[in-house]
Write a protein that binds this ligand. Structure first.
Ligand SMILES: NC(=O)c1ccc[n+]([C@@H]2O[C@H](COP(=O)([O-])OP(=O)(O)OC[C@H]3O[C@@H](n4cnc5c(N)ncnc54)[C@H](OP(=O)(O)O)[C@@H]3O)[C@@H](O)[C@H]2O)c1
Length: 266
C-alpha cells in the first residue's frame, strides 16, 4: 500500500508551533506575523518597545488569537537581544520558528555615509546571526527541529538603478547592499552547518515594497522596472513566509527566495 502523504493543508499548518518575528510592527513584518498567526502558529512579536510589541500581538488573529505575545528586543544591543529571546522562550515554552526581519534603516548613500554609519548598518547582520544561533542552540537543547527565515532584499542580489533615485532622494544605501548580500550568504553558510541539527535556514528577499509614505515620483520610476509592472503589497509575502517556515518547505534550506515581481529576472 502507498505511504500516506501529508495533504497540502497539513503541510502549511503551523498549529502547535511558536514563531518569533522581529520588526513585526513594520510595513512588511506585520504581514509576516499575520501570515504565521493565520496559519495557526502562536506568534511572539519582537520590537524595541515592548508596549508596541504587545499592541501588535493583541491584534493578531488565528487559532491562538488572544495568546500571541510581545517582547522587547534590539539587534544592536546583545544584552537586550539575549533578554528578548529568553523572555520569548519563557513565555511560550519552546520556539520553532524565527523570522529575522527587523531592520535599522540608514538614509545615507555612498556619497555621504560615514565609516561609523556603514559599520552600524552591517551590525544588523550581526544581530540576525546572534538571534539565529540562539534559536539553533534552543532547538538542539530541546531535541526539536526549527526553521529560520532571514529577510534579505533584491538589493542583496543586484545593484540599484542610479536614475531611479536622482533628484528625489539619496540612492539606495551602499551599506544596505553590503548588508543584504551578506545576509543571503550568511543564510547559505548556516544552512549547511545546522542541517545536521534539523534546523533549516532560508532567506526571503522582497523586491520593491515601498511603504505608503514613500514618494509617488519614486514609485512611478520603480514600477516600469518590474516585469509585473507594479510595486508589491505586503500580503504578497504571506505565502512565501509560511512556505519557508512550515513543513511545506521541509526539503528547502540555504535558499534565497526572491519575491520581486520579476525585478531580478531581466
Ligand atoms: N519595504 C521594502 O521595499 C523592502 C524591500 C526589500 C527588503 N526589505 C526588508 O524587509 C524588512 C522589513 O522592512 P519594512 O519595509 O517592513 O521596514 P520597516 O517598516 O521600517 O520595519 C522595520 C522594523 O524593524 C524594527 N527595528 C528597527 N531597528 C531595530 C533594531 N535595532 N532591532 C530590532 N528591530 C528593529 C522596527 O520595529 P520597532 O520600532 O518596533 O523596534 C521596524 O518596525 C527589512 O529587513 C527590510 O530590509 C524591505
Amino acid at each position: 500500500m502507498a505511504e500516506q502523504q501529508p495533504t497540502v493543508a497539513q503541510l502549511f499548518d503551523l498549529s502547535g508551533q511558536a514563531a518569533l518575528v522581529t520588526g513585526a510592527s513594520g510595513h512588511l513584518g506585520r504581514a509576516m506575523a499575520d501570515a504565521l498567526a493565520e496559519a495557526g502558529a502562536r506568534v511572539v512579536v519582537a520590537s524595541r518597545d515592548v508596549h508596541k510589541a504587545q499592541a501588535v500581538a493583541s491584534a493578531l488573529a488565528g487559532r491562538e488569537a488572544g495568546r500571541h505575545l510581545g517582547v522587547a528586543l534590539d539587534y544592536h544591543d546583545e544584552t537586550l537581544l539575549d533578554q528578548g529571546f529568553e523572555a520569548a522562550v519563557e513565555q511560550v515554552g519552546g520556539l520553532d520558528i524565527l523570522i529575522n526581519n527587523g531592520h535599522e534603516a540608514l538614509a545615507a548613500d555612498w556619497r555621504q555615509v560615514s565609516g561609523e554609519q556603514f559599520t552600524r548598518q552591517l551590525a544588523n547582520a550581526t544581530g540576525y546571526f546572534l538571534l539565529a544561533r540562539k534559536l539553533r542552540d534552543h532547538a538542539v537543547e530541546r531535541g526539536a527541529g526549527a526553521s529560520i527565515v532571514m529577510i534579505g532584499s533584491m538589493y542583496g542580489v543586484v545593484g540599484s538603478y542610479p536614475q531611479a533615485y536622482e533628484g528625489i532622494q539619496p540612492a539606495s544605501p551602499v551599506a544596505y547592499h553590503a548588508l543584504k548580500g551578506g545576509i543571503i550568504h550568511l543564510t547559505r553558510h548556516l544552512a549547511v552547518y545546522w542541517a545536521r541539527d534539523g534546523v533549516r535556514v532560508n532567506c526571503l528577499s522582497p523586491g520593491a515594497f515601498p511603504a505608503p509614505g514613500v514618494s509617488r515620483d519614486l514609485v512611478e520610476r520603480l514600477e516600469p522596472r518590474v516585469p509585473l509592472g507594479r510595486i508589491g503589497q505586503p500580503h504578497e509575502l504571506k505565502g512565501a513566509i509560511v512556505f519557508l517556515a512550515s513543513a511545506a518547505g521541509s526539503y528547502v534550506t540555504g535558499h534565497n527566495l526572491l519575491v520581486d515581481g520579476g525585478w531580478t529576472a531581466w
